[in-house]
Write a protein that binds this ligand. Structure first.
Ligand SMILES: [Zn+2]
Ligand SMILES: [Zn+2]
Ligand SMILES: [Zn+2]
Ligand SMILES: [Zn+2]
Ligand SMILES: [Zn+2]
Ligand SMILES: [Zn+2]
Length: 444
C-alpha cells in the first residue's frame, strides 16, 4: 500500500467528512464511497415521464422547477498499483442520471487518469459536483414517475432545511424567529406559526372569515386569497371545516335559488329543484322540504302553509326595490304575485272573522256572532262560553257570569249589541231555561 493512497483517504475524509466512507476489502485494497451534492443550474426543472401522451405530445403538462437534486454517489476500489500503475475501479450511482450519462462520466474520469496517472478521487468529486458542465443535459429532465417523486421530495426537504435555518421577522409579534418555528404562506409571506394559528383561529371562531387572509399589508390591499392547505396546516381540519361552511354559507346567501335546511341541527344548503318549483332537498341531510313554506315536502298538489306566505308577503311589501328584484328571482315573479294575492285574501278573511266571529275555547272553530247576547254556544261542540272574555260557562247557570257585580263581565250580557236590552234579556233567560231543561232531561 502506497503512502499516496493513505494520504488521499485522509485528505478526502477531512474534506467530505460523513459524505466519505472507506475501508479495506478482503484483498486488503481501499474501497469506499463518496456522496457528492451537485450544483444545480437556476433553470433546472423536471417532468414526469408518465404525464407524456403516447403520441409524445406534452401539451398541458407543467414542468416543475427545482433548486436541488439528490446527490451522486461514487463507488471506488483502489488496486495496489494505484495511483501510478493502475486506474481506480469506479462506479457511479444516481437516480436522475441515465446509464448512458453515468457511463460518459466514468469515461471522462478514466480519460483524465490515462492522460496523467495520479491520485484522482478529488478530481472525480469535483467533476460530479459540476456534472452539468461536463455532460449536456436538457431541461426539463424527463424522469420516471417514482424517481420524479423522489426528486421533488428531496427538493422540498432541502428548501425546508434552508428555510428552517434562516431567521424571519414575524409581522404579527414583530420578533425575529428561526424558520423552524415559522410558516411561509402560499403568497410567500412568513410569520411565526403560533401567531398565524392564533390569528386565524380567532377570526374563524368569530365567524369573521373575510379576515382569514395573509396579514401582510400587500396581501390585504390586493385581497389575496389563502390556499385551503395553508388554513388546514395552521388551524387543523375541524376549524377549517367550520371556515369552509361559513364561506359557503356567505356565498350562497347571495344566490336566490339557494335556501337553508329548516332542520335546526342541520343548516345544510338546498337548491331549488329544476323540475318541481317548490321542492328543495338538503345537500347535507337529504331532507326534502318546500322552498316556500319550509314544511316537509307536501307534493305539488297541496297548498303551502299560509303562515309563511304572510311572512313572504310582509317582507315583499316592506322590501326595497333591489330586495324586491331579489325576491322575484328567488321565488319567481308570477309565483310571488300569486303568494301576495293569496295572502291578501287570507288576511281579508281573517280580518272579517276577527270582527265578526269568536273562537270556541274547546274546539277552536270560528263562531259567527250574528244576533244575540254575549253568551255563546259553539255550533260544533256545544260548549257554552262568554263572548267577551272567552270563559267557559256552566250550561244551567250561564247568567251567573254576567251577574257578578264588579266582575269583568258583570252587567255586560247585552253590551255592544245595539238591540233592545229588555227583549235580549228575555231571550237569554229563555235560552238558559231551555239549557237547564235539557240538563234535567239528560238526568232522566
Ligand atoms: Zn409572531
Ligand atoms: Zn401575503
Ligand atoms: Zn338538512
Ligand atoms: Zn309549501
Ligand atoms: Zn266548539
Ligand atoms: Zn266574560
Amino acid at each position: 500500500m502506497s503512502d499516496e493512497q493513505d494520504d488521499e483517504m485522509t485528505a478526502l475524509k477531512a474534506i467530505f467528512d460523513d459524505a466519505f466512507e472507506y475501508g479495506r476489502n478482503a484483498a486488503h485494497e481501499y474501497t469506499g464511497k463518496l456522496t457528492v451534492s451537485v450544483n444545480v443550474p437556476a433553470e433546472a426543472s423536471i417532468l414526469m415521464a408518465g404525464s407524456i401522451e403516447s403520441d409524445g405530445s406534452r401539451a398541458g403538462i407543467i414542468t416543475r422547477s427545482i433548486s436541488a437534486l439528490p446527490p451522486v454517489t461514487l463507488f471506488f476500489t483502489l488496486a495496489a498499483a494505484y495511483p501510478k500503475g493502475a486506474a481506480p475501479q469506479i462506479a457511479i450511482a444516481c437516480v436522475w442520471l441515465s446509464a448512458q450519462q453515468r457511463a460518459e462520466l466514468a469515461r471522462q474520469m478514466h480519460e483524465t487518469w490515462t492522460h496523467e496517472p495520479d491520485v484522482i478521487l478529488f478530481h472525480c468529486a469535483d467533476l460530479l459536483q459540476n456534472v452539468f458542465d461536463r455532460i449536456s443535459v436538457a431541461f426539463p429532465l424527463v424522469l420516471a414517475d417514482d424517481v420524479a417523486e423522489m426528486v421533488i421530495e428531496h427538493d422540498r426537504a432541502q428548501q425546508q432545511q434552508r428555510f428552517d435555518a434562516t431567521r424571519h421577522n414575524c409581522g404579527i409579534c414583530l420578533e425575529d424567529k428561526l424558520g423552524a418555528v415559522c410558516y411561509a404562506l402560499s403568497c410567500g409571506h412568513v410569520f411565526c406559526r403560533a401567531c398565524l394559528t392564533e390569528f386565524f383561529a380567532l377570526h374563524i371562531n368569530e365567524g369573521n372569515v373575510a379576515a382569514v387572509q395573509c396579514p401582510d399589508h400587500a396581501c390585504i390591499k390586493f385581497g389575496a386569497k389563502l390556499l385551503d392547505s395553508d388554513i388546514v396546516a395552521l388551524v387543523g381540519h375541524a376549524l377549517h371545516r367550520r371556515y369552509s361552511e361559513i364561506v359557503e354559507k356567505r356565498a350562497l346567501d347571495t344566490d336566490p335559488s339557494i335556501t337553508w335546511c329548516p332542520r335546526r341541527t342541520c343548516e345544510g344548503s338546498a337548491q331549488k329543484d329544476a323540475q318541481y318549483e317548490k321542492l328543495a332537498i338538503c345537500r347535507k341531510c337529504g331532507y326534502a322540504f318546500c322552498f316556500y313554506c319550509r314544511r316537509s315536502w307536501h307534493g305539488t298538489g297541496q297548498f303551502c302553509a299560509v303562515d309563511n306566505h304572510q311572512r313572504i308577503t310582509r317582507e315583499y311589501s316592506e322590501a326595497s326595490d333591489e330586495m324586491k328584484r331579489y325576491m322575484e328571482l328567488k321565488y319567481g315573479a308570477s309565483t310571488l304575485r300569486r303568494i301576495v294575492s293569496d295572502a291578501e285574501q287570507v288576511q281579508e278573511t281573517n280580518r272579517w272573522l276577527e270582527e265578526n266571529t269568536t273562537t270556541c275555547p274547546t274546539c277552536h272553530c270560528s263562531i259567527q256572532k250574528a244576533f244575540g247576547c254575549n253568551h255563546m254556544t259553539c255550533s260544533v261542540c256545544g260548549t257554552h262560553f262568554c263572548y267577551l272574555c272567552g270563559a267557559y260557562l256552566t250550561p244551567n247557570s250561564v247568567l251567573d257570569h254576567f251577574n257578578v257585580q264588579g266582575g269583568r263581565c258583570g252587567n255586560r250580557l247585552f253590551e255592544d249589541l245595539g238591540a233592545d236590552p229588555e227583549q235580549l234579556f228575555l231571550d237569554a233567560y229563555q235560552e238558559e231555561a231551555a239549557a237547564a231543561a235539557a240538563v234535567v232531561d239528560g238526568l232522566h
